[in-house]
Write a protein that binds this ligand. Structure first.
Ligand code: AMP
Ligand code: MG
Length: 333
């Protein structure tokens, strides 16, 4: 069974290539529909775009052809695609998927790929967010294609494609793909191609020089709480707001030191919003827990249950300090 080779290199490459292909599709849709990106309403009222379905179809087509026995936990459903998207939107998705795969693709094939591996009981589960940060995508902000493999409940492979992320901090070239395999570190390569290099979190200096990231969307995290945290800890500067798991990437690549997400109103985080990013941060030398300091539990299905939020940092020192401050604020709450 080649796909169970212990170094997981085949899985890493599959996740990397799927994320890259889907990210390229997203950018093509963005150009194609520039100025007219319309969100389709689905249950839960999250915006779903042509790119969302297209990206998931591309990722799952890629995984299905390489690992046909694996299970999948992915955000979009074939039935939503069939029922909620208009015929024009379905054709447009199929056209973009076809362009990405270099073959003629029908909406029916797209619908079938969207549901590949769904509701299977397997030890290996691919966790896919086709466009994480849909709101960022619609606003012209950051977004990410996130692909992870969980084996027996343990994060094992992760890939993030962030097509609008500078390859080098502050540089003009955009588009990165980051990957990680448990125990083997994290790597960064330009989406456009080029040699990969290892990723590392930044060295801890002081909280005063730490940079904190949070969601743009005020419904997704408690902005007031992080403002209080900055004040209490003396973390350098205002929180920086960016969409999607690009926040995890930025911590993993030493571009920020703290990503705080404090859930609002009992919201239960979805696994596909964290699996790939959390592994990449950990393998780059960082630390990821919930806001109480407990490890994230990826064994419970689609949600991270009993979880009030997430803290990802550049390592144990800053993590401990921020956790203590969170506890102090909650106690004072
Ligand atoms: P971000 O770009 O970091 O704000 O996160 C985007 C993700 O937030 C989406 O993929 C959604 O799955 C997730 N999300 C949706 N509603 C909420 C909510 N009320 N609280 C936290 N996350 C949410
Ligand atoms: Mg998401």
């Amino acid at each position: 069974m080649p796909h169970t080779h212990p170094d997981y290199e085949a899985e890493r490459l599959a996740a990397r290539d799927a994320a890259r292909l889907a990210a390229t599709l997203c950018m093509a849709v963005r150009e194609d529909m520039l100025g007219s990106l319309t969100a389709i309403e689905k249950a839960g009222r999250e915006p779903v775009t042509v790119a969302d379905y297209g990206a998931q179809a591309v990722v799952l087509h890629h995984i299905a052809s390489r690992f046909p026995d694996d299970a999948v936990l992915a955000e979009e459903r074939g039935s939503d695609f069939q029922q909620l998207a208009t015929p024009e939107q379905r054709e447009r998705v199929a056209r973009h998927v076809g362009a990405a795969l270099g073959e003629v693709v029908t909406p029916e094939q797209v619908a079938a790929w969207l549901d590949f591996g769904r509701d299977r009981e397997r030890s290996r589960v691919w966790v896919v967010d086709p466009i994480d940060g849909t709101k960022g995508f619609l606003r012209g902000g950051q977004f990410a294609v996130a692909v992870a493999l969980v084996v027996d409940g343990e994060l094992t492979v992760g890939a993030l494609g962030c097509p609008l992320m500078p390859v080098n901090p502050g540089g003009d070239a955009l588009g990165i793909v980051a990957t990680a395999v448990r125990g083997q570190g994290a790597q960064l390569e330009p989406q456009a191609g080029g040699s990969p290099h290892p990723m590392h979190v930044s060295e801890f200096e002081s909280l005063g020089s730490a940079r904190l990231l949070e969601s743009v969307e005020k419904g997704h995290t408690d902005h007031d709480f992080s403002a209080q945290l900055v004040e209490l800890t003396g973390i350098g500067g205002e929180p920086v707001r960016i969409d999607s798991q690009a926040k995890y990437f930025a911590v993993a690549d030493g571009r920020a030191e703290v990503y705080l997400r404090r859930s609002r109103g009992g919201y239960e985080e979805k696994v596909w919003d964290h699996a790939a990013g959390a592994l990449i941060v950990q393998e780059a030398g960082g630390t990821v827990t919930d806001v109480a300091g407990q490890p994230l539990d990826f064994t419970l299905g689609g949600r991270l249950q009993n979880n009030r939020g997430i803290l990802a940092t550049s390592g144990p020192d800053v993590h401990e300090a921020v956790l203590r401050a969170i506890q102090a604020l909650e106690a004072a709450g």
